[in-house]
Design a protein around this ligand. Structure first.
Ligand code: UQ1
Length: 432
């Protein structure tokens, strides 16, 4: 048991693992996401690690000192045992069940039980790392059943297409997890495409389409969010915000969602098709690595992409803590900047070229329409073409479906495509 005054925050990008940080001082943290799924809030005055006799006794005492709402206990076990009884259990004089109580019942009322396991302690930073239950219960095994797919893995992307074709009638649920994800638009693109497919095949009236998202908004850039909400309304799609997938009962075709505004409160939805966007986090090798930030992202300067501490280390793409959306378009723009940065550093000069956070998300809204979202670090539109890109367009669909693959294989991967900034400048006569 280790009571620590705690500021706690939590984030994840690798399936199945949460990071929590705790500090004895009341200070704020850079956590990307709140700890729903592992903790109800991101700050506790007292964080108790372990819910054994010592942990539970101390949490009861600390509750009396600082109030229940300021105390949390990290404990993975569902059952608390009175172990002294085991002398008698071993001798047949008592039943094992007599020594057991649900952890829930021994937890002092009002104190938060964080159902997690501590995997690392960093007393210098007053941080703890927790493994948590964010791995969605029932997955990945559930993917062996039909009716469920995910465009986020090579092993499950074709299952999405199968589930889409096999759809007969009922709920079609599309999820967005409580973590940062790669290409934040993708979880809803597949929903618009599914809706269009069922319209094409006459099944649309039989589909009840739902977007269950952990977020509080549909998209992080207002201009495109407004356009998407119009489409959602037009096409009669239900959006449930702050709704996080926690369990899939694939044999019964049921998905369980937690209400992030009311932790612990869950709702079960039956589904005829489920598209899962899994929780994501940094790869194992980067967690606690000297090149990573507290969460596990490679800690780089957001303008030059040079490592903040090691000048001969640089970062690009999904593994970095660049505060922009993780897309191929972002990588393209980063590659151009990083080329300049490294060239100067190799000549012992300081980097000059600055990455503005450019990223792009071609929001596919049907089989021949795309809204081409392009934006920067400030979530401000940074559009290449001198037209309103928040409109669904067929030209943009062809750009996404036909031109982008060519650009990717033949230009980006060969080091000749550093993003559309030069085209943008030309299109806007140098004014953007
Ligand atoms: C882009 O540069 C890129 O990387 C190759 C993508 O990924 C496949 C994109 O989707 C987009 C939209 C861009 C940006 C390019 C233009 C011409 C707007």
């Amino acid at each position: 048991m280790s009571p620590v005054g705690a500021a706690l925050s939590c984030s994840c990008l690798r399936p199945g693992v949460w990071l929590l940080k705790a500090s004895i001082q009341k200070k704020s943290f850079l956590g990307l996401h709140t700890a729903a799924g592992c903790a109800a809030k991101d700050y506790y005055e007292v964080l108790v690690l372990g819910g054994g006799s010592g942990g539970i006794a101390m949490s009861a005492r600390m509750k009396r000192k600082v109030g229940a709402g300021n105390v949390a206990v990290v404990e993975p076990s569902k059952t608390h045992y009175y172990q002294p009884l085991w002398t008698l259990v071993g001798a047949g004089a008592k039943q094992l069940s007599a020594s057991a109580r649900p952890t829930e019942r021994v937890m002092p009322e009002g104190v938060e039980w964080i159902k997690s396991r501590v995997t690392a302690l960093d007393p210098d930073k007053n941080c703890v790392r927790l493994e948590n239950d964010v791995k969605i219960k029932g997955l990945p095994e559930g993917f062996h059943h039909p009716k469920i797919g995910s465009n986020y893995s090579v092993h499950t992307v074709e299952k999405t297409w199968k589930a889409l074709q096999d759809f007969k009638e009922g709920n079609a649920i599309f999820t967005f997890p409580n973590t940062p994800v790669k290409c934040a638009g993708a979880p809803q693109k597949i929903m618009y495409l599914s809706e269009a497919y069922w319209r094409k095949t006459g099944k649309r009236p039989k589909a009840n389409i739902m977007f269950n998202t952990s977020l509080g908004v549909i998209f992080g850039v207002k201009k495109y969010a407004d356009a998407l909400l119009e489409i959602i309304e037009e096409r009669n799609i239900a959006v449930n915000y702050k709704c996080n997938l926690v369990e899939v009962r694939a044999d019964k075709q049921e998905a369980v969602f937690e209400n992030l505004d009311k932790p612990g409160e869950t709702e079960v939805h039956e589904y005829e098709m489920l598209h899962v966007t899994p929780p994501m986090g940094p790869p194992d090798v980067l967690i606690n690595s000297p090149v990573s930030d507290e969460i596990g992202w490679v800690d780089v300067n957001k303008e030059t992409l040079q490592h903040k501490k090691y000048p001969n280390i640089f970062g690009i793409g999904d593994c970095t803590n660049l505060p922009t959306s993780r897309t191929a378009a972002a990588v393209a723009a980063q590659s151009g900047v990083l080329d300049k940065t490294i060239s100067l550093v190799m000549k012992n000069q300081s980097p000059t070229k600055k990455y503005d956070g450019y990223t792009s998300c071609p929001l596919v809204t049907s089989y021949n329409k795309v809204i081409l979202a392009e934006f920067d670090y400030n979530a401000q539109p940074l559009e290449t073409f001198p037209i309103d890109q928040s409109k669904q367009r067929t030209t943009m669909y062809h750009m996404k479906a036909d031109m982008m693959p060519f650009l990717y294989w033949n230009a980006l991967l060969k080091g000749y495509w550093g993003g559309p900034a030069p085209i943008r400048k030309l299109m806007h006569l140098g004014l953007k």
